[in-house]
Design a protein around this ligand. Structure first.
Ligand SMILES: [Fe+2]
Length: 348
C-alpha cells in the first residue's frame, strides 16, 4: 500500500502547499534531506517543485550517530546539518528550502544562519505523504492563528485547567510568543506543515502548578497515547515530581532520568492547537516510523505542554517531550480561549 515513491495525489497536495508559500517559477530551491529521510517525502517534494518550475538542488546530509543513551525523537531540532558550512550556505542562499530532515529545522542551531540569508523554509519533517491528503490548504488558518497569537501576546497570565486535574499558571512576562499556520511567504521565515499552533516559550521561573496527563493524551516522543494518568508537579518551570501507577509514568521517569541535563525536566513551550483539519485519532493509524505526529500538535483545541530546551529561559538539552492534551481550558488574563478542549467561536 505504501511502497509508492510519489503518488499524484500527494504531489498535488505538496504543490498546493508550496504555492501557499508563494513559490514562483524559476525560484532557487534547496531540497534538504538526510540519509534517514523518507524517500516518499523527498521524491514527492521534488516532483511538485519541478512541476511548479522551481530550480531544485539537493542537499543531502548523513544522519549523525546518536551518542545515546536513549533514542531522540520529536525535537524539531535536526542535527543533520551538523554545522556544515557549505550546506548551511546553500540553504541560506536559496529562495525556498523544503526541509525533509527527520526532525526538522524549526529549533536547529543552524536555523538563524539560514533565515538570515533570506530563505523561507517549509519543514515537512517525517510525515508520511498520505496524511497530507487529509489536510487541504485552509486559508482561514492564517487569520485565526494570527488572532490567537495576538491574544497571547497581549496577555500577562495564561492558566490551563482540566477536569482531570491540570491546574497550571504561566506568567507570560518575558515569554516569546508566536503562531504557526503551516506556510510562509516572507524572506527569512519558517513554517512547519501541518501548522495551526499558538504557543509561548516562557521566561525562566514563570511556570508553576500541576499537569495531569489523562488517558487519550499523547506523548509524541514515544508516539503513544497515554493509557494511565500521569501527574506532573511543576515548581519554577521544573517538573519536580512524576506520579502515576502505570507504565506510562514509569517510562516518562526513566526517559527523563537518562539525561545528564536537569533542563530535560523544565518546560519548553506551551500553547494550543487551532487546525480544524488535524485529528487527534490519526496516531492510531500509523506505525511509529511512518509519521512525526505534527498533526497531533495542531489539532483544534488541544493544549501542547512540552518539556526540554527553551532558549527564552536559557535552557538547552537534547530531550524533548511534546504532550498534546485534550479537554483542557485555557484562559488568558481570565478570558477563556479554549473551553474544555473547544476553541472559542472566533478562533474556530
Ligand atoms: Fe516541541
Amino acid at each position: 500500500m505504501h511502497d509508492q515513491v510519489a503518488e499524484w495525489r500527494w504531489i498535488e497536495r505538496y504543490a498546493e502547499q508550496f504555492k501557499a508559500c508563494n513559490l514562483q517559477p524559476g525560484e532557487v530551491v534547496v531540497l534538504l534531506s538526510e540519509a534517514s529521510s523518507k524517500k516518499q517525502i523527498v521524491e514527492t517534494a521534488r516532483v511538485a517543485l519541478e512541476m511548479l518550475g522551481a530550480a531544485v538542488a539537493d542537499v543531502r546530509m548523513p544522519t549523525p550517530s546518536n551518542p545515546g543513551p536513549v533514542p531522540i525523537r520529536s525535537t524539531g531540532a535536526s542535527q543533520a546539518l551538523a554545522g556544515h558550512r557549505a550546506a548551511i550556505a546553500a540553504c541560506a542562499a536559496a529562495d525556498f528550502v523544503v526541509d525533509c530532515t527527520v526532525e526538522g529545522l524549526l529549533h536547529a542551531v543552524e536555523r538563524g544562519a539560514i533565515l538570515a540569508g533570506g530563505a523561507r523554509v517549509l519543514m515537512i519533517s517525517a510525515e508520511h505523504p498520505e496524511n497530507c491528503e487529509r489536510w487541504p490548504h485552509d486559508p482561514s488558518l492564517k487569520e485565526r492563528v494570527e488572532r490567537g497569537a495576538a491574544l497571547l501576546k497581549a496577555a500577562e497570565v495564561m492558566t490551563i485547567t482540566s477536569a482531570a486535574g491540570t491546574d497550571l499558571r504561566v506568567d507570560l512576562h518575558g515569554a516569546v510568543r508566536a503562531g504557526s499556520y503551516g506556510w510562509c511567504t516572507e524572506p527569512g521565515s519558517i513554517a512547519h506543515w501541518p501548522g495551526g499552533l499558538v504557543l509561548a516559550f516562557p521566561a525562566a521561573r514563570t511556570v508553576n502548578g500541576t499537569v495531569v496527563l489523562a488517558p487519550g493524551d499523547i506523548n509524541l516522543t514515544f508516539k503513544e497515547y497515554i493509557r494511565e494518568p500521569i501527574t506532573l508537579t511543576l515548581a519554577d518551570d521544573y517538573v519536580t515530581d512524576i506520579t502515576g501507577d502505570g507504565h506510562d509514568a514509569e517510562l516518562m521517569r526513566s526517559y527523563l532520568a537518562s539525561f545528564e541535563e536537569t533542563d530535560a525536566y523544565a518546560i519548553s513551550h506551551i500553547g494550543w492547537g487551532m487546525n480544524t483539519g488535524a485529528r487527534w485519532d490519526s496516531l492510531a493509524m500509523w506505525d511509529k516510523s511512518q509519521h512525526n505526529g505534527t498533526e497531533l500538535r495542531a489539532f483544534a483545541g488541544n493544549v501542547v505542554f512540552s518539556t526540554g530546551a527553551n532558549e527564552t529561559a536559557g535552557r538547552f538539552c537534547r530531550g524533548h517531550f511534546d504532550l498534546p492534551m485534550r479537554n483542557c481550558t485555557v484562559a488568558l488574563d481570565g478570558d477563556v480561549v479554549v473551553d474544555a478542549g473547544a476553541l472559542r467561536s472566533d478562533l474556530a
